[in-house]
Design a protein around this ligand. Structure first.
Ligand code: SF4
Ligand code: SF4
Length: 439
């Protein structure tokens, strides 16, 4: 008699075989602590302006600095630094980021824990399997719905100013682009953490594939090493694996996120028979030699390539820090415009033309004042002086400096430009040209 084959289910809807809870010792408690720290960082980054884009206002906030998207050098160094952080972490530590710090992994595991917790509550509160299933599932979905609104709000805060976003949320804005995007992200978050979870890591996450490409023979791995045939085939390492793989088949499986749960499981099982565990974190899959290594090798700096890439990363960070340090909130530049040497004004005075470039990169409006030093009777012919520059505004224009005729042909002067907050001033040294005697 043929055994009926169960109908195939779509991968999105397939119920994941629940992993056994791993033991409470070893790597997992540390990993959970790091998850909590990463979650707090995820919350803090946009709200403390440590890192976020403000797309409607075309700003980039980095380490408390408000940078215009047009400030190329800062954006370039920031992006290069982040790119090298990713490269350094992937080359040295393999997929440790996925298991320890990735939001997808953190919230997927949290969702699984909530699901188990609501199922436990339902077992206590409801009678009968159907009522328990309905209550457990209902509670889980209700909590996930609320959590999705919160997580989508935090995620969107990386791109839209949080107070603006809150107003849109409270108005249930489903009309503006920001509102529609917010609702879509909420729905995707809900579907992700109720249905997809870690399946995302092994199917569509480009970072996982990217990390696989960057790893080399010295990268950190989770490796099964059984030189003495001590494995008792209990399969606990397989059952605790949230990614559903058997690490005994090899350390280079794309699904492995180096979480270390199988290490803890094997340690616990084999400790009962007085044998050390067979699964370890290992550099490139090498069997630990037992001899002490210098600190830099223990931290993953195991060949010159790693020193070079770390040096490049630090160089980009230093360049970014220096650029931010030297950055002026109000950019002011004056240059003499020599398309005409001078012009004679109807009142008989002489005018020289100056080109002025201004950019207000600060979050406040500033007043800019211009004056001349070093030439008696010189005046600035601006229709408004001081002039007001709105936050984010840029201005390029020419104006005349006028002075009574007479005196020498070349007069060294200083044209000073200063913003109202006194935080920035600039001065251009130039020659004021008078007509030659007899002209
Ligand atoms: S094989 Fe081990 S380290 Fe890799 S994902 Fe599974 S439990 Fe984590
Ligand atoms: S937990 Fe250890 S002993 Fe058990 S199957 Fe896995 S590797 Fe073998």
């Amino acid at each position: 008699m043929n055994t009926p084959v169960p109908p195939a289910r779509h991968w999105l809807l397939a119920e994941k075989r629940p992993a056994l809870p791993p033991p409470g010792r070893g790597h997992r408690p540390l990993r959970k602590l790091i998850h909590l720290a990463c979650f707090l960082v995820f919350l803090a980054l946009p709200f403390a302006n440590v890192m976020r884009f403000d797309i409607p206002r075309q700003r980039f906030f980095f380490a408390g600095f408000e940078v215009l998207i047009s400030e190329f050098s800062i954006l370039f160094f920031a992006l290069m630094f982040l790119m090298f952080v990713i490269a350094v972490v992937a080359i040295m530590y393999g997929r440790v980021y996925c298991g320890y710090a990735c939001p997808q992994m953190i919230f997927s595991e949290a969702s699984t824990a909530v699901e188990a917790w609501t199922a436990g509550l339902a077992r206590r509160w409801a009678a009968g399997p159907r009522a328990r299933k309905l209550l457990g599932r209902g509670l889980f979905l209700a909590i996930l719905a609320a959590a999705s609104v919160f997580l989508a709000f935090v995620f969107m805060s990386y791109f839209i100013e949080p107070r603006d976003l809150l107003h849109r949320l409270l108005r249930l804005d489903l009309v503006s682009t920001g509102g529609i995007l917010g609702a879509s992200v909420t729905l995707l978050t809900f579907l992700d953490f109720t249905l997809v979870k870690q399946t995302f890591c092994t199917t569509v996450c480009p970072y996982g594939y990217f990390q696989g490409l960057l790893q080399d023979r010295h990268s950190l791995l989770v490796a099964y090493q059984d030189g003495t045939g001590a494995c008792i085939d209990c399969k606990k390492c397989v059952r605790v694996c949230e990614m559903g793989i058997d690490i005994r088949k090899g350390p280079y499986q794309i699904e492995c996120v180096h979480c270390g749960d199988c290490i803890d499981a094997c340690d616990e099982v084999l400790a009962k028979v007085g044998h050390p565990g067979l699964i370890h974190y290992s550099w490139g899959g090498a069997v630990p030699s037992g001899t002490a290594e210098p600190w830099y090798r223990r931290w993953g700096l195991r060949d010159p390539k790693r020193f070079v890439i770390l040096f490049v990363m630090v160089a980009y960070l230093s360049a970014l820090g220096l650029t931010l340090y030297l950055r002026k909130p109000v950019l002011m530049r004056l240059t003499p415009d020599r398309t005409t040497l001078y012009t004679l004004l109807p009142d008989g005075s002489v005018a020289n033309r100056v080109r002025m470039n201004l950019a207000n990169r600060s979050p406040r409006a500033v007043e800019i004042r211009v004056w001349v030093e070093g030439l008696a009777g010189a005046r600035v012919l601006l229709d408004r002086n001081p002039l007001t520059l709105a936050p984010g505004a840029a201005l390029e224009r020419t104006f005349d400096i006028a002075a009574p005729a007479g005196g020498q042909e070349l007069n060294p002067i200083r044209v000073v430009i200063q913003s109202s907050d006194q935080a920035a001033s600039d001065a251009a040294e130039m020659n004021f040209i008078m007509p030659t005697k007899g002209n």
